[in-house]
Design a protein around this ligand. Structure first.
Ligand SMILES: Nc1ncnc2c1ncn2[C@@H]1O[C@H](COP(=O)(O)OP(=O)(O)O)[C@@H](O)[C@H]1O
Ligand SMILES: [Mg+2]
Length: 238
């Protein structure tokens, strides 16, 4: 089956500072792909490049068979790729309800469709129903993460990219977030999951990639990766 997302020999940096070098990665439709690696490896940089926030200096990115490298962030979103950035960027002084509405910004949907999408988010994250009128800033870290994911889901993404969704969350909340990611996959959403919680990510992933210092040093089935040298090297820097 051809890949939904195809990244080829991608080289990306900030100004003259190179970060990613020659990165190639495939995401098959309907799968969870985990991208793991230590702090500073370049994981968020790769998501930013896919999102159109950073222009690659070399290489290509194709989505659904069409090139998207060089596309603006808006066009990438319109193509169906949603990026839930590190640190849950919400409109913190706005209500939960308004944050979900903002997920539909610029999208033309009728009331029934809007309601269906809200209901889907509430089904996944029932806690948000009780919090609709609360300011986003008053939510717990886990609830904010759920809201950030919910906001992205309002656009019905084909590919959802999650950057360290578990960061700073209590273990039981991490479980909830991981469960939701699996449910999203069951419902047909393709997921690119960036995590420092390697074990947790590989547990639910169909395929994994290991990034170290801007280069891919391993990939494969999660069970094999867990045993691999690549994982050990990525985390002990050996
Ligand atoms: N805005 C930026 N400007 C310059 N360098 C950056 C910027 N953001 C990240 N970097 C550098 O790029 C490298 C990769 O960072 P990042 O992609 O955030 O790693 P990760 O998400 O894997 O922790 C790091 O060396 C980091 O210092
Ligand atoms: Mg990061």
């Amino acid at each position: 089956m051809s890949a939904l997302l195809e990244v080829r020999t991608l080289t990306v940096g900030y100004g003259h500072v190179g970060v990613l070098e020659d990165v190639s990665l495939d995401i098959a439709p309907g799968t969870i792909v985990a991208l793991v690696g230590s702090n500073g490896a370049g994981k968020s940089t790769l998501l930013r490049a896919i999102s159109g926030l950073l222009k690659p200096t070399r290489g290509s990115i194709a989505f659904d068979g069409r090139p998207i490298d060089g596309a603006t962030p808006n066009l990438v979103v319109d193509a169906g790729i949603l990026h839930v950035a590190e640190g849950r960027r919400l409109f913190r002084s706005q209500s939960v309800r308004h944050n979900l509405d903002l997920g539909l910004y610029g999208v033309d949907v009728d009331r029934d469709e809007e309601k269906a999408r809200l209901d889907y988010v509430f089904e996944l994250f029932p806690i948000l129903v009780d919090k609709l009128d609360h300011q986003a800033s008053t939510l717990s870290g886990g609830q904010q993460q759920m809201l950030a994911i919910g906001q992205a889901l309002m656009r019905r993404p084909k590919l959802l990219m999650l950057d360290e969704p578990s960061l700073g969350l209590a273990p039981i909340v991490v479980d909830q977030v991981m469960d939701v990611i699996v449910k999203l996959k069951m419902a047909g959403t393709t997921i690119l999951l960036v995590e420092q919680m390697v074990e947790r990510a590989l547990e639910i992933a169909d395929h994994g990639y290991v990034l170290q210092s801007g280069r891919l040093i391993g990939q494969g089935k999660p069970a094999e990766l867990q045993q691999s040298d690549a994982i050990r090297r990525a985390y002990v820097g050996g």
